[in-house]
Design a protein. Structure first.
Length: 245
């Protein structure tokens, strides 16, 4: 049991490390008064472009960070456990794509926090189930729908609350696009859902140039056939020699 636990922790080591960085950044920001808000995305200002890469690591309050921590850990863990081939590409695509959309179209204000990334990963996992339609992806899609159905209200404008609803909206849209782009990538545990039907193998066998029993004979049967062919060859050769005499 301990071995399984350590193996699980090993598989999600990168999500845990990412979450640790978020908390360390917040600790440094609060206790050293670094004022890291300026590392957020400020739309349509060249200085705000850096925020595309840094804004997910900066949060306004402990509560803001805490509200993003469980979703970040759970969603990134699902990515590395069940979508290993595309996990890191999808994560990077969602983060950069969301940040770029916020920089282009959001309100002129500093946009900080990992909530846009959260919405992007929610959308990616949900829409991957819709696009792939295999049992594993559909189950994960339903889990996401159950856990985060209430998050949908966060994509609508709500200026009264000091939240970046634009990050939520663009994150959800980018997550959908990324899911569509990677929908054809088949994971190792999805190979069983893409195996050809049995009748396809039957059709292939019927098209073989050699007789079917050629491939069904055992080595011993082939050896007996070889001995019989040699016997006939020797007998035929002897009859030829008798005829010449």
């Amino acid at each position: 049991m301990h071995q399984d636990f350590y193996k699980f922790i090993y598989h999600i080591r990168h999500p845990l490390f990412f979450l640790l960085i978020l908390w360390l950044v917040e600790v440094a920001d609060v206790y050293f008064s670094l004022g890291l808000t300026v590392l957020g995305i400020y739309p349509r200002e060249w200085s705000g472009l850096l925020g595309i890469f840094t804004s997910p690591f900066v949060h306004s309050t402990w509560g803001h960070l805490a509200s993003n921590s469980f979703p970040i850990l759970s969603l990134t863990s699902i990515m590395v456990l069940f979508y290993r081939k595309v996990a890191y590409q999808s994560f990077a695509s969602v983060m950069v794509g969301t940040g770029l959309m916020v920089w282009l179209f959001a309100r002129p204000s500093y946009h900080i926090g990992a909530s846009g990334l959260v919405y992007g990963l929610i959308a990616f996992i949900f829409w991957t189930g819709i696009f792939k339609k295999n049992p594993k992806s559909i189950i994960l899609s339903l889990i996401i729908l159950t856990l985060y159905a209430g998050s949908i209200e966060g994509i609508f404008p709500n200026v009264a609350e000091n939240i970046s609803w634009e990050s939520h909206l663009f994150g959800a849209l980018v997550g959908l696009v990324v899911a569509f782009v990677f929908k054809s990538v088949i994971e190792e545990d999805e190979m069983q859902y893409h195996a050809p039907p049995s009748w396809a193998y039957e059709n292939q066998i019927k098209q073989f140039f050699l007789p079917r029993d050629t491939f069904e004979k055992t080595k011993y049967q082939r050896y007996l056939d070889y001995l019989e062919a040699e016997r006939l060859r020797i007998e035929f050769q002897r009859l030829n020699e008798l005829g010449e005499n």
